[in-house]
Write a protein that binds this ligand. Structure first.
Ligand code: FAD
Ligand code: NAG
Ligand code: NAG
Ligand code: NAG
Ligand code: NAG
Ligand code: NAG
Ligand code: NAG
Length: 518
């Protein structure tokens, strides 16, 4: 048996830490590694992923983890849904730099072992940010948060969740446009759009990125912004994981203090529902008079108590109780719980994190309709009818969530060349999120069928009234929903053209098959 040439292998290990490679250089390295290791174990014909994991564990030994190791199992526990947490990659890489990600992507191209990329791990369905049998690149160590001296920009690594960002910026009296639940990741939320409490004033998260640092399919690492790559910059604003791995987001940063916000919970009855639905409708119309206000209205079944409830989540971006713009909500009586208060952003996002626990089987679905009270009433009736058939599933938590896409929000969608979502200047619209959690895999089929049916029946009802909008929000969509065509045919064609230009062999689609593909 020939021993591996230590000299060659050592050279690989040292050089991997200090340079960005070309595909052919990585090809030579992987081949050298393969040759050396296959002489040690000649009878095991290595699979693609065996080779990739082995190569990475040799070149980046501290960053690579295998099943049953402490690191691997801890990272597996950091997904929100059970479907993702139960997915088992052959190995996990937690790179420390964009260079290391570049090496991993090129090595994946050479070995043809598939990969996925995880930021906060809040996407619900299996394979979104974890890869059965493949490589998962966990961005957790890219956890930089750097506020510029003039406090106008924050550079954020995608290993952060929003709690990390807000709690760091709060003492400085500033914030960024990001998620409303503390444990969501910076990466997935921002690349899909990103609705924040401040979106009527500033647009969605993707409208507030000055610059993206991106690992390209050819392994190069470049700054992508409106001046340097306007087409790719546009595509990253809603294009999800189809255009590269973002290793740093430079976010516009704004002065922000405490909010007045919280949740009012009601036992469902038709009269309360009618008042709250009407309040949403009028907020949609009146929002431009006070863009500090935002609302999330959720209908849900509380299985333990066996009752239908309504949660009216109100947010006002100033520390002023009961603003006039929200009076149609606050005048509704009979709340059984009320957390409205003056709170910091961090505190508020922790409250919402506590009401969205992980560990369940989960499905998210979406659709979009015009702002209309009778249609809202019809959608709620459809939701209740479908949930009746599945509400005996252990651990079930079904919600039907209404949010306004205000004209204020969409007025920011054209900032810096615009985003890819296809909604600039539209609205007010109602963005729907059907969110169901449950405990038992044996109930997957009927719960999924129920969710799908809520969506298809609601869309049919909206179409019958001429009130359907084709937009599908990637961050709330189920894998069965075709997100990118919903941005409009011109935007869809442009996304595909940008992808062909920067990634002619389709690395981000073929080698990274999870999540929404062009
Ligand atoms: C409890 C809860 C609350 C939510 N609240 C909001 C909200 O307030 N506003 C809102 O808009 N949405 C919200 N969402 C939806 C959320 O935006 C999506 O679930 C989003 O995908 C989560 O991002 P993540 O980084 O945590 O997920 P991940 O599962 O880590 O990533 C999602 C996808 O993005 C890709 N990705 C992540 N980072 C990168 C990167 N740096 N480069 C390339 N690809 C990357 C991943 O590969 C994956 O395919 C919420 C979801 C949940 C479950
Ligand atoms: C991990 O541990 C489990 C249970 O201890 C065992 O069944 C499994 O074979 C181990 N897997 C690997 C890859 O070592
Ligand atoms: C835009 O990208 C170029 C290089 O691609 C970089 O030099 C420049 O600093 C970037 N601009 C911003 C605002 O980050
Ligand atoms: C409150 O509702 C009434 C109708 O009931 C409407 O006329 C009014 O404009 C609404 N106010 C706000 C601030 O939305
Ligand atoms: C928010 O702050 C209040 C008062 O300071 C505190 O009692 C509460 O526990 C905090 N909530 C969360 C979720 O941090
Ligand atoms: C979010 O809630 C989970 C419990 O479901 C908890 O483990 C986690 O620490 C919370 N994260 C943040 C950032 O608040
Ligand atoms: C899951 O369903 C199976 C089959 O119906 C049942 O045997 C099991 O007890 C259930 N588990 C839980 C946690 O409810």
């Amino acid at each position: 048996m020939r021993l591996p040439s230590l000299a060659i292998l050592l050279l690989l290990r040292v050089s991997a830490t200090c340079a960005v490679y070309t595909l052919s250089e990585v090809q030579m390295q992987v081949e050298a590694y393969h040759e050396q290791t296959s002489t040690i174990a000649p009878r095991t014909l290595p699979s693609r992923c065996w080779l990739l994991c082995g190569f990475l564990s040799f070149t980046l030994p501290k960053q690579l983890s295998y099943p049953n190791s402490t690191t691997y199992e801890f990272e597996e526990s950091q997904y929100w849904s059970q479907q993702q947490a139960l997915t088992r990659p052959a190995c996990r890489l937690s790179p420390n730099s964009a260079d290391e990600i570049s090496l991993a992507v090129l090595a994946s191209r050479v070995t043809k072992c598939k990969f996925s990329v995880k930021s906060g791990g809040h996407a619900a369905f299996a394979g979104a940010s974890n890869t059965e049998g493949g490589l998962t690149i966990d961005l957790v160590n890219l956890n930089e948060i750097k506020l510029s001296a003039d406090k106008k920009q924050t550079s954020i690594g995608p290993g952060n969740v929003w709690y990390d960002v807000y709690s760091k910026l709060e003492p400085e009296g500033v914030t960024v446009i990001g998620g409303r639940v503390s444990a969501i990741g910076v990466g997935g939320l921002t690349l899909g759009g990103g609705i924040s409490f401040f979106s009527s004033r500033h647009g969605w998260a993707c409208d507030n990125i000055n610059n993206y640092e991106v690992v390209f399919a050819d392994g190069t690492i470049r700054d992508v912004n409106y001046s340097s790559y306007p087409d790719l910059y546009w595509a990253l604003r809603g294009g999800g994981n189809n255009f590269g791995i973002v290793t740093r987001f430079d976010l516009a940063t704004y002065p922000q203090g405490d909010l007045w916000a919280g949740s009012q919970t009601y036992i469902y009855n038709e009269e309360t529902a009618a008042k709250l639905n009407s309040a949403v409708y009028y907020l949609g119309i009146n929002a431009p008079s006070d863009p500090y206000a935002q609302v999330i209205l959720a209908y849900a079944y509380a299985a333990i108590q066996g009752v239908w409830i309504i949660a009216s989540d109100l947010q006002y971006g100033k520390p002023e109780p009961k603003p006039a713009i929200l009076q149609n909500f606050t005048s509704v009586t009979g709340a059984i719980a009320d957390t409205l208060r003056i709170a910091s952003l961090t505190n508020l996002t922790q409250e919402f994190n506590a009401t969205n626990p992980g560990g369940y089987r989960k499905t998210y679905w979406t659709f979009t309709v015009e702002n209309d009270v009778p249609l809202m009433t019809e959608i709620i009736a459809i939701f209740m009818d479908e949930v009746e058939r599945i509400k005996d599933a252990p651990g079930i938590i079904p919600s039907c969530i209404f949010q306004l896409i205000t004209t204020d929000m969409t007025s920011h969608f054209s900032k810096n060349g615009g985003n890819a979502l296809g909604l600039a200047g539209q609205g007010p619209l109602i963005l729907m999120n059907i969110d169901i959690g449950w405990s038992n895999e044996t109930d997957d089929k009927r719960v999924m069928a129920g969710a799908r049916s809520i969506v298809s029946r609601s869309i049919a009802a909206a179409k019958a009234k001429g009130l359907h909008n084709q937009f599908l929000y990637q961050n709330y969509a189920a894998l069965q929903q075709d997100v990118f065509p919903s941005y409009g045919s011109a935007n869809y064609a442009k996304l595909k053209a940008v992808s062909r230009k920067y990634d002619p062999t389709g690395v981000w689609q073929k080698l990274q098959p999870g999540y929404f593909k062009l």
